[in-house]
Design a protein around this ligand. Sequence first.
Ligand code: GLA
Length: 430
Amino acid sequence: MHFAVLIFASVATMTTFALDNGLMRTPPMGWLAWERFRCDIDCTNDPKNCISENLFIDMADRLYEDGWKELGYVYVNIDDCWASMDRDKDGRLQADPNRFPGGINKLARYMHDRGLKLGIYGDMGTHTCGGYPGTTVDKIDIDAQTFADWEVDMFKFDGCYSNAVEQELGYPLMSKALNATGRPIGYSCSWPAYQGGLPPKVNYTQLGQICNLWRNYGDIQDSWSSVLSIADWFFENQDVLAPAAGPGRWNDPDMLVIGDFGLSMEQSRSQMALWAIMAAPLFMSNDLRTISSGARSILQNKMIISINQDPLGIQGRRILKEKSGIEVFWRPLSNNASALVFFSRRNDMPYRYQTSLSKLNYTTGSYKVTDVYTDQTDVLKDSTEFVVSVNPTGVVMWYVSAPGKLQYHPFIRGNKLHRQTYDTKQNNFL
Ligand code: GLA
């Protein structure tokens, strides 16, 4: 083959078959403005909460100083309503000069100086959902280049004010345009949410090739009914959605609203647990300046974060829906470990759910289980019947270690019966 043809062929293969940016091998984590701060542009009367560079600087300071960054929460993402209503004389998007006097590049530098990353928002269409300038197909290249010039690290591409044909053209083109800038920019696509989230309209194989994450479903709100309806939709459609996820490509059930006003502590623990099972991106949308210590400790729970961030990147599933209103969720993790969530849809009182690991499809063996919220540990044989007490709208969540082999005569030593002891290193009874 002629050399030039060879190069052309391999470039074509690369751009057609893979989003080759190497980013987001585990679900991205950070903070995103939308759910909590919406389109508040009233900096005169509401200077603390309006969409302005100060808000993003405040959140960056909190991530940096309050222990969030070390846990992986590194993205600070601007959502809608950041732009000026007009493009500049060269046709480029520009930030509202009153609210972002330093421009977006200054914010990006601020993040980078602290080991954080900056995300920004745009819309495939004539306008953003909030009515700001959109990115029509002819503007894709210039907008991608503008974000790269500003040193932005992530881009959410919404889909208001465009039709299915434009979206089919625009989302892949933006992926190519971002890659062509040479700057690694994580790409979040809202495309499937505008197509009903399911095949045949949505092609999850293609999405995995062009986007790092994608919104499949409607917007989250600050209420338990919203969180529950989103979780229900994702688990009802898990056979389609779970195979679509993996390192570099994630389903996005939308932001964490833990720390806001709508969820109780139980419900906050449930959102965190279910989002971890789903291998969901963890973007908090709350006010980190005033967050309660209870909400903070849920969001900063190291064991849940490590479950969410498991390097295998396998999205977990609901494995049982009991008549009692208890549901059981399971996610396989690296090192032969797994996570279990027992969730209660009940509204009356804590429910004592009895089961065993073998009833939950675990193979023969002994397992060390750790309650991720209480840190209590236990050792269970697959056949051991146990009871978990699950509070209304709450969860019990376990990290389950790899099975140790069952030894069949562990109790008899020197012809005497001994108490069982468990060796955590060996993960087995001695
Ligand atoms: C859509 C998106 C939201 C948010 C708003 C902004 O509704 O789904 O996440 O970005 O637009 O206007």
